[in-house]
Design a protein around this ligand. Structure first.
Ligand SMILES: Cc1ncc(C[n+]2csc(CCOP(=O)(O)OP(=O)(O)O)c2C)c(N)n1
Length: 325
């Protein structure tokens, strides 16, 4: 039986391997025609937060959605089929990487417009509270999304109604190529902004999966007990380019040294290091998981490739019906 802590490492390895293999296919084949935002380097935040939820809690995400989707238990084959635009994808090939959904496991959905899912999560959580259901909604977004007006409105509304929502900010320092320090020259902190709205806030090392899980457990419990909302600010770092499978040290907005320093603090390596005394076999376990998940993602890619594209005359399924006069 795997310990809870080893399971967290396993879940991070799975996301890492899935994304690394998908990134290679994406680059080499040009068959996935969807903008794809990888979370490579940021796995601890999704795994730690989702590991603190129950299946009936709802998780929302933004464009960087693979990691929260998989961490919540979203179906891998349906995700990969979605990236290939196939009818059997989780959004029937209409949504691509940014619009993942698997409500059977509580992954409520993700969307491309920055900030869009923040008030939707607040609304879901409010509905849970009004129905006296002990459920929580959580919403992942980046530091860039905190500059959307709806973030401030959502904090305020959630605080006024004590809504059981957890705002999960993955602060990876950049909004595409624009650094947080340039966007917030006064150094305005995200947690202080949330506190100013009356929302409990915790700043956590987002690359320490154990610390993230502990903080998320506190946040979810506080919400379940009717004392929400809570904001978690998780300090992390995206290794690859903003969108796509490549590396971007030559794009001019950050240095190779900076990227290297964050890669040296890889969340998987850190977690394995922290566990080694308690789990002396952890390195062999990680090596075994890498093989297992490599096979799993290769099978999911093979499945996706052989599935059909949506039929042209069904393309409007799921869209608002056009008005006909
Ligand atoms: C309302 C809106 N404005 C601009 C964009 C274009 N856009 C897509 S991702 C992105 C950066 C997002 O940065 P952040 O929220 O920090 O998330 P990260 O990509 O770092 O995970 C921008 C500006 C968008 N999708 N929606």
């Amino acid at each position: 039986m795997l310990s809870d802590r080893a399971r967290l490492v396993r879940d991070m390895v799975r996301i890492r391997v899935v994304e690394e293999v998908l990134a290679d296919y994406y680059r080499d084949e040009q068959e996935m025609r969807t903008p794809t935002h990888f979370s490579i380097g940021q796995e601890a935040s999704a795994v730690g937060v989702c590991g603190a939820t129950r299946p009936e809690d709802w998780v929302y995400a933004a464009h960087r959605s693979h990691a929260p989707y998989l961490a919540k238990g979203g179906d891998l084959k349906a995700m990969v089929a979605e990236l290939y635009g196939k009818q059997d994808g989780c959004a029937h090939g209409r949504g691509g990487s940014i619009h993942l959904v698997d409500q059977s496991v509580g992954f409520a959905g993700s969307a491309a417009i920055l900030g869009e899912m923040i008030p939707v999560a607040v609304g879901s959580a409010w509905a849970f509270a009004r129905a006296n259901e002990p459920r929580v909604a959580l919403t992942f977004f980046g530091d860039g999304s905190t500059e959307e007006g709806v973030f401030a409105e959502s904090l305020n509304f959630a605080a006024v109604h004590r809504i059981p929502v957890v705002f999960v900010c993955e602060n990876n320092l950049y909004s595409i190529s624009s650094p947080l320090s340039a966007r917030q020259p006064g150094g305005t902190s995200i947690t202080r902004r949330a506190e100013a709205a009356g929302v409990t806030s915790l700043a956590v090392d987002g690359n320490d999966v154990f610390a993230v899980k502990e903080a998320a457990e506190k946040a979810v419990l506080q919400c379940r007990e009717g004392d929400g909302p809570v904001l978690l600010e998780l300090a992390t770092y995206r290794w690859r380019e903003h969108v796509g499978p490549g590396w971007d040290a030559d794009h001019g907005y950050r240095t190779q040294e900076e990227i290297d320093s964050w890669m040296a603090g890889c969340p998987i390596v850190r977690a394995a290091d922290a566990l080694r005394e308690q789990e002396p076999e952890i390195d062999a376990m990680v090596a075994g998981w890498r093989v297992q998940f490599h096979d799993e993602i290769q099978a999911a890619v093979a499945y996706a490739k052989e599935r059909p594209f949506p039929e042209v005359d069904r393309l409007l399924d799921g869209a608002y019906a056009p008005v006909t006069h």
